[in-house]
Design a protein. Structure first.
Length: 430
């Protein structure tokens, strides 16, 4: 681009940040990237992660200027792109989110079900505060939201702020790569007929160089599931055959809820506890003054292809490429069964004006009900987080397909609010 670009990363102390830095280094010339500002409220953690980022940049001779700051407003000023990857409450609160639902016979997961609801209550007010700062300090910037639950957070920003926002998740790009693996081809040759919400999506069709190969891919997925049936495949082969579609990983929390619940009860640790230990090891590695590249250990953290998804999306906007990316954006009638203002996760044409969703039409009847129920929950969860209305919060939980009854919803809400007393204070001011 003609002028020098500035990217601000909110949550720059994340262990994911070296992934982003690697992508920025590789494509800085294409992006016209001059400055990267890493912002975090945890100064010690920012210093460690930022130190590795600085060494990575210096080791490659990249001209990128790196700024480390605990002052969000200072870092946002003049930014062209803002990437959000925050975790309000950190891993400790994530673990609480995972454990509370288990007490009520519901899977404990940080983005799905009551755990995701608790996270949304904490996170939406913070994200709206970031958006308000952007409106003043970088009104032309694009906000690329990785903060989970990504689709729900993105919808809150669409409805309650003026920022240009696109929600992004690495799950779609990983599904593209998984399908390419089934076919033994480069991912660039594969396109997906993909529909749903963030962490609630299905692949309806697969195309290789424009030729439909859905049945071939589905057969390979069913065969793989049968071969691992004794070792608990992600999805039952019979389920895949019944749907004739490929569900995203997170749908196992719905379709195989009881099996997953038993696995979680028997496990010695929640995923959050595992992640906390992984991050402690990563941060120790990052602190090594001789380390100048992301360590292989980062793969255990999750988030594969995170940088690829983010940098490719930014490049598509900067270069007005009109490429197809699967992202979270305003529905605009793409899915006929959902409100216009809903945020959906679908293939979009991405260029200088942002992400324009490609028309999906009506949802297949076998997935329509679940998507509509979860979308109703999301709308109510957003309203509850913005208004602090406990009745709306209760309605949100009652609408979630994983919550079985009013009694459970009421007890869940009380437990969640008590465990998050320091985060959404407006709930307690009534």
């Amino acid at each position: 681009m003609a002028r020098e670009m500035k990217i601000c990363v909110i949550g720059g102390g994340s262990t994911y940040t070296p992934e982003l830095i690697e992508g920025f280094i590789e494509r800085h010339a294409e992006l016209g990237l001059a400055t990267v500002a890493l912002v975090d409220i945890d100064e010690a953690r920012l210093r460690v992660v930022g130190g590795l980022a600085k060494r990575m940049i210096e080791a490659t001779g990249s001209p990128i200027e790196l700024i480390l700051s605990t002052e969000r407003k200072e870092a946002l000023e003049g930014a062209d792109f803002v990437i959000s990857q925050i975790r309000v409450g950190g891993n400790d609160q994530r673990i609480v989110d995972e454990k509370i639902p288990l007490r009520f016979g519901i899977v404990g997961q940080e983005t799905t079900g009551p755990g995701g609801f608790a996270k949304a209550l904490r996170t939406i007010p913070v994200m709206l505060s970031i958006a308000a700062d952007m409106e003043r300090l970088s009104p032309q910037a694009w906000l690329i939201n990785f903060t989970n639950p990504s689709g729900l957070i993105t919808e809150a920003l669409v409805k309650h702020s003026k920022v240009q926002v696109i929600g992004l998740c690495n799950l779609p790009i990983n599904m593209v790569h998984a399908v390419a693996g089934y076919l033994g081809v480069a991912p660039q040759r594969v396109s997906l007929d993909y529909v749903g919400l963030n962490h609630l999506s299905w692949v309806k069709g697969v195309y290789l160089d424009g030729r439909e190969v859905t049945k071939e891919v589905l057969a390979k997925a069913v065969t793989e599931a049968r071969q691992t049936e004794e070792g608990h495949p992600i999805f039952s082969p019979e389920l895949l055959e019944a749907f004739g579609m490929l569900p995203c990983y997170y749908l196992r929390y719905y379709y195989h809820h009881d099996e997953v619940l038993e696995e979680q009860k028997k496990a010695g640790k929640t995923r959050g506890e595992e992640v906390r230990e992984i991050e402690e090891r990563l941060l120790a590695m990052y602190a090594d003054p001789h380390l100048t590249s992301k360590p292989k250990e980062l793969e255990k953290r999750g988030g594969a292809l995170y940088s690829t998804a983010a940098v490719s999306l930014i490049a598509a906007i900067v270069g007005n490429k009109n490429e197809v990316h699967i992202v979270n954006c305003r529905n605009r009638g793409a899915i006929a069964d959902l409100p216009e203002g809903s945020v959906v996760e679908v293939p979009c044409q991405v260029g200088a004006t942002g992400a324009i969703p490609l028309t999906v039409g009506y949802l297949p009847v076998m997935i329509r009900g679940l998507i509509q129920a979860v979308k109703a929950y999301e709308e109510l969860a957003i309203e509850a987080a913005v208004t602090g209305n406990q009745k709306t919060a209760l309605q949100a939980l009652l609408n979630h397909p994983l919550v079985p009854s009013f009694g459970v919803a009421k007890a869940l809400l009380n437990a969640i609010l008590e465990a998050n007393r320091d985060y959404p204070p407006h709930f307690f001011s009534k």
